[in-house]
Design a protein around this ligand. Structure first.
Ligand code: ACO
Length: 311
């Protein structure tokens, strides 16, 4: 009967049916989703930190309001995603514990520092641009709660991307020093952004099953190429240079061909040895500890309320 259930399940996926929390699903489908959704949630929460560093130093009230809104959006995305993961039978406490103890992964990109204001532009343009490329297909993911969460997330990401590009546009049309800052930020963020899409297809251990289950709709290399093709003309419009001397347009294939990615660097960052891994986790742990009194107060209040209604 298990084999029959699995066959029926795959037939539903093939027919583009949405799988909902109470439906039967293979254990590995559940585990894959918990893994991906929780890593995604952690990425949003840790992703608040590099940009959060610049809220107090934003160059104008308008820039500060937009940055504040963006960082708050990311916190919201983390919460929708934890809620989506909870529909699969894990608790938020468990997931947060995995993050804080260093057992869980989150996106490699958030382990790089934000050195100048131009980094806020580059993150919006490139990091959020890459996130959108990866997340638009997730709106059609076979698991209903994840797919639905992605719709609003993508709308907000698209605002983030535009605010970042507008910062880059302003800087690249500003003084020579400002243009140089924009170029320097592009130089530092370009390669780590290409790594966001994950290992090359040949080394991506989860892609085959995730594609069969329509959790993933495109391969890592497929999305990476779409991102490069969309972004190179945007860099040209800014008058900036992509830091890849081998980058060229292949007329026959219709794609921008990029150089070799430093996969050793990617592996180092995943292993916990990127420029900011330790700092990011330390800040999250401190925030969690500093918030302990809020959780205790909320529990005490809930206990009091339920005691009062019982009387
Ligand atoms: N950073 C950290 N870990 C990564 C990254 C990355 N950029 N890319 C891949 N990995 C990890 C995978 O999580 C997996 O680790 P695990 O087995 O311990 O879980 C391992 O490397 C092998 O990779 P794949 O087999 O290719 O893994 P998968 O099929 O899950 O594909 C991908 C990776 C594309 C990141 C996928 O999980 C995904 O689409 N996730 C949802 C989007 C997301 O998390 N975005 C976060 C950044 S965007 C943002 O938050 C603004």
């Amino acid at each position: 009967p298990d084999g029959e259930q699995a066959e029926r399940f795959q037939a539903r996926i093939d027919a583009d049916d949405r799988i909902e929390p109470n439906d039967w699903m293979p254990e590995q489908y559940r585990r894959t989703l918990v893994r991906q959704i929780s890593q995604h949630a952690h990425s949003e929460i840790v992703g608040m930190l590099p940009e959060g560093n610049w809220i107090t130093r934003a160059p104008s009230l308008r820039r500060k309001a937009a940055l504040l809104a963006k960082v708050q959006d990311e916190g919201g995305h983390g919460l929708y995603l934890y809620a989506a993961a909870e529909t699969l039978g894990v608790s938020r406490e468990e997931l947060i514990d995995q993050l804080l103890s260093g057992r869980a992964k989150y996106s490699s990109i958030f382990n790089y520092p934000t050195l100048t204001w131009a980094d806020i532009g580059a993150i919006g343009w490139l990091v959020d641009g890459a996130a959108i490329m990866n997340q638009i297909p997730l709106c059609r993911c076979s698991y209903g709660p994840y797919a639905r969460a992605m719709i609003r997330v993508c709308k907000e990401e698209s605002f983030h991307q535009r605010q970042g590009y507008e910062i880059m546009l302003t800087l690249s049309r500003g003084t020579p020093e400002q243009k140089e800052m924009a170029q320097d930020a592009l130089n530092r963020w370009w390669w780590p952004c290409l790594m966001m899409f994950g290992p090359p297809d040949g080394e991506s251990q989860h892609s085959d099953t995730s594609m069969r289950w329509k959790i993933k709709r495109f391969s890592n290399d497929g999305l990476r190429q779409k991102f490069v093709d969309a972004t190179v003309p945007q860099a040209h419009f800014l008058g900036l240079t992509i830091p890849d001397p081998t980058l060229h347009f292949d007329e026959a294939g219709g794609h921008w061909v990029y150089g070799e990615i430093d996969w050793d660097e990617f592996r180092r960052v995943l292993a916990g040895d990127g420029p900011c891994n330790r700092e990011r986790l330390a800040v999250r742990r401190k925030a969690h500890e500093d918030g302990a009194w809020v959780r205790e107060a909320a529990l005490a209040y809930a206990a009091k309320r339920s005691a009062a209604t019982r009387q």
